[in-house]
Ligand binder design. Structure first.
Ligand code: RUQ
Ligand code: CUA
Length: 653
C-alpha cells in the first residue's frame, strides 16, 4: 500500500532543511548500536521506517502530559476485567477489576469486594469470567459517560461499573440461563441492560437429558435488567425476561430512533443440535449448520414491558418471565430468517436497518426495520416455527444484501454513511456504503479479526476517525513469548481515503471481545472519594474513622480496629490480638489529595487492600496463627513509604 507523499513529505523536507541550516536535533541519538546522529530522515533510516510508518507515528504519538481524544473500554476476556485504552495513543490506562480478584486494586480482598464477587455467583467461589461485551450507558442513543456494563458469558452474569470512579458496583445473575452472549447491550436511554442466552439449558436450572427433553425443557431467554439510573444499580425486582426456543441465541442489539422499543437477537441452531458425538449424534459444529436459514429474533420490548406490568408473567427462578406462547401470541416475538450461521447483529445509527454478518455466508444482510414492522403490524406471516413463533418472509424483510467476502462478523458505523464489517476468514475490515450496499475499501488486519469498534460507532451519532480491529491471532506481529500469544488490537485511521493501520497494541491477558470507544470529554470521574466513602455502596461507610478517633474495641464478634492511613503512618500501627480471635480492620484513608493512595498488607494472612484517598474499607480475618506479622503500605506513597508499617502481634493461646 502506498501512502500519498503529501502526508509526510513536507515534514521530512522541513526537518532536512532545518538540520542543514544548523537546527540541531542531535540529542535524539545517544543509545547503543547504530545511533542516528539526529534528524528525522536519519532516524528513519536507522530504524528502517517508511514514510507511512512515520505518518502513523505522528498520528498516534502522544507526548507526556498530553491526553487522548477517546477512551476505549474493551472486554478483558478471560481476565474478567475491563481494559481502558487511550486513543490514538493506544496507551493502556487501567484494568478495571470486575469479576476476578485483582491484587493491585485490592479487589476481592476486602469485605466489600469479597461480598461483591460472591454476590449472584451461583453460590460458588468463582474466580474468573469470560467477559465479552461492554456497553456504555446511553441517553437518547448516545453514550453519556456515566456507567458501563459487561457480561460474563461463562457464568451468565452482568456487572455494573460506575464511571464516576471506574469501579464495579454490582454483579447480577438470574437462575434462568446457564451462559450468556448477547450481553451487555443497553436500550437507548439505558432503561434496560439486555442479557441473552448463548447455550440453552433447562429453563430455570435443574437437570433434563437433552436426548429426550432438549426440545421441551431447554430454553433460551432475553433478560431485561432494569437499570435504576438514580441509584446507579440494576433493580432486580423490576427486571423481566422473555423466553426463547432452544435455538442457540447469539448477539443482540437494541433498536434506536426508528426502531426504538425493539431489540434484535440472532441465533445459530434451528437444528436443535446439542452435541453427543459419542452418543450417535454429529458434533455441534456440523449438527447446527445443516439448515440454510436461522432466525433473527425481533422482540418488541416495550410491548413486553406492558404485558409484564399487566401481570402476564410467570415467576421462574425469581424472575418475571413472559412465556414463549404469550410472547408469540402477543406479537412480542417474531422471527425472520437469516442466512447460515449468522453472528453479529448491528443496528444502523438511524435505527432503520439491522445488519447481520453471515459468518459462513459471504453477505451482510441488511434488514429493513420499516418493512419488518409493516409485516408484523399486518400480521403477514410466512409461517410459524415448531414453537408457534410467527416467521416473516426473508425477501420481504430485507433492504438488500452486500457482497462482503469471507466470514463477515460484526459491523460498526461512521458519520459519512459507511459501515465497517469485520471479516474473520478474509482477515480484513470491509468498508461499505450503507446507501448502495457496495464495498468501497478493505484493509488487512493481523490476523483474523473478531470484533471491531469505531469512535462512538454503535451510537446514533458516530464520529468516524478511528477504528480498532480486535484480532484473534497475532502470529508474526510481536517478539516471541512462547506458544500463547497476545491478542492484537490494531488502530485503523478512518480519515484517509484508504483505511490505514496506525498502531498495534498487544493485549496480554485474556481474549478481549467487544469494545466501545467514547469521546474522552464525556467522562468526568472524581479525583478522590468523599471522606469515609465505601467504594462499593458509594455511601458513607458506617465504619469510617476520622483522624483522632482511631481505637481498638473488643466485642463478642472479635477485635475491631478503627484505623486510619495518612502519609506516612497507620494509626494504630500495632494490632495486638490473641490467637484464634477474629480481627476486623476498619481502615480509612484520610488523604484528600489526588493520587494519594495507600495500600495495606499483612504478612501471610492474605490481607492486601488498596485504599484510595477518602476511601473506607473493611478487612476481616481470623488470627489463627500465633506470631509476629509485619504489616505495611504497598503503594510507594511518599519518601517515607517504607516507614509506613507496623506489626500484627498474635499472642499464642
Ligand atoms: S462475539 S465469541 Cu462478541 Cu463475535 Cu463473543
Ligand atoms: Cu502509604 Cu506507602
Amino acid at each position: 500500500m502506498r501512502l500519498p507523499l503529501s502526508g509526510l513529505g513536507w515534514l521530512t523536507a522541513g526537518l532536512v532543511v532545518a538540520a542543514c541550516s544548523g537546527g540541531k536535533q542531535s540529542s535524539a541519538g545517544g543509545g547503543s548500536g547504530p545511533a542516528p546522529s539526529g534528524g528525522v530522515v536519519e532516524l528513519m533510516k536507522a530504524r528502517g521506517l517508511s514514510e507511512a510508518d512515520v505518518t502513523a507515528a505522528l498520528k498516534t504519538y502522544t507526548p507526556t502530559g498530553k491526553f487522548d481524544e477517546y477512551l476505549t473500554f474493551a472486554s478483558g476476556g478471560h481476565s474478567g476485567q475491563v481494559v481502558v485504552i487511550g486513543v490514538p495513543s493506544m496507551r493502556i490506562l487501567k484494568y478495571i477489576a470486575v469479576f476476578t480478584p485483582e491484587p493491585w486494586q485490592g479487589y476481592g480482598f476486602d469485605d466489600q469486594t469479597k461480598g461483591l464477587l460472591a454476590s449472584d455467583s451461583h453460590g460458588r467461589n468463582l474466580s474468573w469470567a469470560d467477559t465479552h461485551h461492554p456497553a456504555l450507558s446511553e441517553q437518547g442513543g448516545d453514550y453519556d459517560g456515566k456507567f458501563l456494563f459487561i457480561g460474563d458469558k461463562a457464568n451468565a452474569r452482568v456487572a455494573v461499573i460506575d464511571l464516576a470512579d471506574f469501579t464495579t458496583k454490582q454483579i447480577v445473575s438470574s437462575q434462568l440461563i446457564g451462559s450468556d452472549h448477547g450481553a451487555a447491550f443497553v436500550t437507548p436511554n439505558t432503561d434496560y441492560v439486555i442479557e441473552t442466552t448463548q447455550y440453552p439449558t433447562p429453563f430455570g436450572g435443574g437437570f433434563a437429558d437433552p436426548k429426550t427433553e432438549y426440545k421441551t425443557k431447554y430454553r433460551g431467554a432475553a433478560v431485561f435488567w432494569k437499570f435504576d439510573r438514580a441509584k446507579g444499580r440494576i433493580d432486580k425486582d423490576a427486571s423481566f425476561a422473555v423466553e426463547f426456543p432452544p435455538y442457540t441465541q447469539d448477539l443482540a442489539d437494541a433498536g434506536k430512533l426508528a426502531s426504538d422499543g425493539y431489540a434484535f437477537f440472532n441465533s445459530i441452531n434451528t437444528e436443535l443440535s446439542w452435541g453427543g458425538n459419542m452418543e450417535g449424534n454429529p458434533p455441534m459444529e456440523s449438527g447446527s449448520s445443516q439448515n440454510d436459514m436461522d432466525y433473527l429474533h425481533v422482540v418488541n420490548w416495550k410491548k413486553a414491558e406492558e404485558l409484564v406490568k399487566a401481570g402476564k408473567t410467570e415467576m421462574i427462578g425469581g424472575m418475571r418471565v413472559l412465556r414463549l406462547d404469550v410472547a408469540a401470541a402477543e406479537g412480542v416475538l417474531t422471527f425472520v430468517p437469516e442466512p447460515k450461521s449468522p453472528h453479529g447483529v448491528d443496528v444502523t445509527p438511524d435505527g432503520q436497518d439491522i445488519v447481520v454478518g453471515g459468518k459462513l455466508d459471504t453477505h451482510g444482510t441488511v434488514y429493513s426495520f420499516a418493512k419488518m414492522k409493516a409485516l408484523i403490524d399486518a400480521k403477514k406471516y410466512a409461517g410459524k416455527d415448531d414453537f408457534g413463533v410467527p416467521i416473516l418472509d426473508f425477501k420481504e424483510s430485507i433492504r438488500g444484501q452486500v457482497e462482503l467476502g469471507l466470514g463477515p462478523l460484526h459491523t460498526v458505523y461512521d458519520n459519512q454513511g459507511f459501515a465497517y464489517t469485520s471479516m474473520f476468514l478474509e482477515t480484513v475490515v470491509a468498508k461499505w456504503s450503507l446507501k448502495d450496499l457496495k464495498v468501497v475499501d478493505k484493509v488487512s488486519t493481523h490476523y483474523n479479526i473478531g470484533h471491531l469498534t469505531a469512535a462512538e460507532g454503535d451510537t446514533v451519532s458516530p464520529d468516524g476517525k478511528y477504528l480498532i480491529a480486535m484480532n484473534k491471532w497475532a502470529l508474526d506481529r510481536f517478539n516471541k513469548v512462547g506458544p500463547l500469544l497476545p491478542q492484537n488490537f490494531q488502530l485503523v485511521d478512518l480519515t484517509t481515503p484508504k483505511m490505514t493501520v496506525l498502531y498495534d497494541l498487544p493485549i496480554g491477558l485474556g481474549e478481549p471481545h467487544y469494545a466501545q470507544m467514547i469521546k474522552a470529554d464525556k467522562l468526568a470521574p472524581v479525583d478522590v472519594y468523599k471522606p469515609g466513602e465505601d467504594a462499593v455502596t458509594s455511601q458513607l461507610s458506617p465504619n469510617a474513622t476520622e483522624g483522632g478517633k482511631e481505637r481498638i474495641e473488643r466485642r463478642p464478634d472479635g477485635v475491631h480496629v478503627y484505623m486510619t492511613a495518612i502519609r506516612s503512618h497507620f494509626t494504630p500501627d500495632v494490632i495486638r490480638v490473641k490467637e484464634g480471635e477474629t480481627v476486623h480492620v476498619h481502615l480509612t484513608n484520610l488523604e484528600q489529595a489526588y493520587d494519594a493512595t495507600h495500600g495495606f498488607a499483612i504478612n501471610s494472612y492474605n490481607v492486601n487492600v488498596s485504599i484510595e484517598p477518602g476511601e473506607a474499607s473493611d478487612i476481616t480475618f481470623v488470627a489463627d496463627r500465633a506470631g509476629v506479622f509485619p504489616m505495611y503500605c504497598t503503594e510507594f506513597c511518599s519518601a517515607l513509604h517504607l516507614e509506613m508499617a507496623g506489626y500484627l502481634l498474635v499472642e499464642p493461646k
